[in-house]
Design a protein around this ligand. Structure first.
Ligand code: ZN
Length: 258
């Protein structure tokens, strides 16, 4: 699906080059779907497939308080609830059915590499100043995929904080980088499932509190050792490769969390 879309985009671009029809091409629906992923049917409870899985990745940051959205390709109540919260957050009719308006909003939010518009692979991959997704316990493609999922949750958190900039101070760290910065030996940062963030406008406590309704099963902030200058958020519940149990862990004593 993605290959086809990219190919179509490439053809459209090539056609646009010789003539004066560039404006027409830019306005075409293919440009709106932006070369990342295109949904071709409405999705609602009972449906399943790759299109559901792609949707789940993008709405996973709209889980209920303390909950997660499983990315399993099956549209159940969890997914419907997340779609509803996504829809109300963006002023759409909140019916829990993903149709043209919901997909249009997602197209509008995502870049051609499938990252949400306010976050980038580069930002999540600056561990110790080096690029690349290798050197962790997972394959680089699995790590990169985790980073993508992390970014969609961050986009939701950012929206929850009033659409003001949210800065990632540390994302993926390979094993060498993680020990260099004194990270925990089985840190979620090694898997691409974590981000340390700060906001220019919201207090760290507000960031930590808001993260509770955006699918983060790991939250550490003010009052937790070494977390007074950032909030750490992660997806440890979904991580089946680490050594921790798949349970929620929140601690920010100064914010009355945990
Ligand atoms: Zn962290």
């Amino acid at each position: 699906m993605r290959v086809n879309t990219l190919k179509r985009a490439a053809v459209a671009f090539a056609l646009a080059l010789p003539g004066a029809a560039i404006a027409t091409v830019v306005a075409a629906p293919a440009a709106q779907a932006d070369g990342c992923y295109t949904w071709t049917r409405n999705l609602y409870q009972g449906r399943s497939g790759e299109d559901v899985r792609q949707l789940q990745i993008r709405v996973a940051g709209w889980a209920a308080y303390g909950a997660i959205v499983r990315i399993d390709g099956r549209y159940g109540p969890e997914t419907a609830g997340a779609v509803k919260r996504f829809q109300s957050a963006y002023g759409l009719r909140a019916d829990g059915i993903a149709g043209p308006q919901t997909f249009a909003k997602i197209y509008n939010l995502q870049d051609s590499d499938c990252t949400p518009k306010h976050f980038s692979y580069t930002e999540l991959d600056n561990g110790c100043g080096k690029g690349g997704w290798s050197g962790g316990p997972l394959s680089s493609s699995a790590t990169r995929e985790n980073a993508l999922r992390t970014m969609w949750k961050l986009e939701a958190l950012r929206r929850g904080l009033g659409d003001k900039p949210l800065y990632v101070t540390s994302g993926f760290r390979n094993i060498a980088c993680n020990s260099q910065v004194g990270g925990a030996s089985d840190s979620q940062h090694l898997y691409g499932t974590a981000a340390d963030v700060k906001s220019g406008t919201s207090s760290l406590c507000r960031v930590a509190r808001t993260a509770r309704t955006h699918g983060f099963s790991g939250i550490f902030g003010p009052g937790y050792p070494d977390h007074d200058d950032h909030v750490h958020v992660d997806s440890r519940r979904e991580n089946n490769s680490d050594r921790t149990s798949n349970s929620k862990s929140w601690s920010a004593p100064d914010c009355e969390i945990g």
